[in-house]
Ligand binder design. Sequence first.
Ligand code: SF4
Length: 406
Amino acid sequence: MEKPTGAPVSSTLRTGTYDHCMAGSASTCDPAVRTAESAYALLDQPTARLVEAAGAMRDAGKGRVVTYSRKVFIPLINLCRDRCAYCTFAREPDDPSARIMAPEEVLAVARAGAAAGCKEALFSLGDQPEARYPAVRERLAALGHATTLSYLEAMCRLVLAETGLLPHVNPGVMAGSALDRFKTAAVSAGIMLESTSLRLLRPGGAHHRCPDKAPRARLRTIAAAGERRIAFTTGLLIGIGETGRERIDTLLAIADVQDRYGHVQEVIVQNFRRKPDILMRDWPEPSAEEMVRTIATARLILGAKANIQAPPNLAQGDAGDYLRAGINDWGGVSPVTLDHINPERPWPQIAALAAATAAAGFELRERLAIYPEYVWRDDYLADSLRPLVRRQVDERGLVRPELTCQ
Ligand code: SF4
């Protein structure tokens, strides 16, 4: 990554208020740290100073409203061609718990979610499992599909038609032609960039034998979504062997693609959690302070207008620390389904999340799977999806209060 000469950190890490940002555009008043030199200098700042600056920046750009999405989690296919050393989701075909959900199973989960007031159907699945397993190709063929992406598209359309839940898809690396199919089948899509560190792809690294974790391929997917005006989710996974500077590089790469397209609707800061059944079972987890520092750094690099999210069910210690460090979103929370990626960490009750958020001085509001910034943008929503989305939101793009239930 090119490292241009940047402004000294004293001029980029401002504390206090950012009231001036509320009046102008993000491009003219957003004091985000955008050069490698000044971003690396954040690594030397005391945590309290990072938190103070990031919290003030969040307040200026987002106010005191914190959002979440009420969702069901649909683990469509839990097989994958990659072998991430921290993964507990993917199964081998001979594992009794390996599965490709049938359409009636998908619908049953979606209907349960709709009955519980959910608005989002989060489809999660492995990356191109048919490229590695003949058994997956056979099962997909029996379902009438040649590829995982074709089946995913069909299931999105089924859920949309039968339940009105809004699909968000997360199927890994995609070419532009693959993304085209989701422009009308889902309201948003995502891929975690995780880390731009190439070291992690080497033997012994968390991404060894993971062709889809090549940072360039993931950045190409993010850019292709930007070209198509697809509201897009990405983020970091911290504590998998990357260095502090590599975390900064990852944030700068996200900032760069956001500067070019403006479609990155949220950036997730997720912490590695150790589990007994993964290759990294003895790997140390990142500390609560590392999470807080990374959240604050993400805010300072990505700016006042960015939506920064950390998953509440993976929080270590006081979730209020994440709010003070600059997040403005808790992500998807399900009243119906497990977090299938971290099944040992249940979602908090939404009422409990609202109480914890209020205790830290914020108001919890529900959003859709497409963020408020994009719901009134015709270029981001296909004609066929606009009525379904817009009748659920108020003028700010948040879920109308009468449609929210706790
Ligand atoms: S790409 Fe995702 S599903 Fe596949 S092995 Fe890695 S973490 Fe697991």
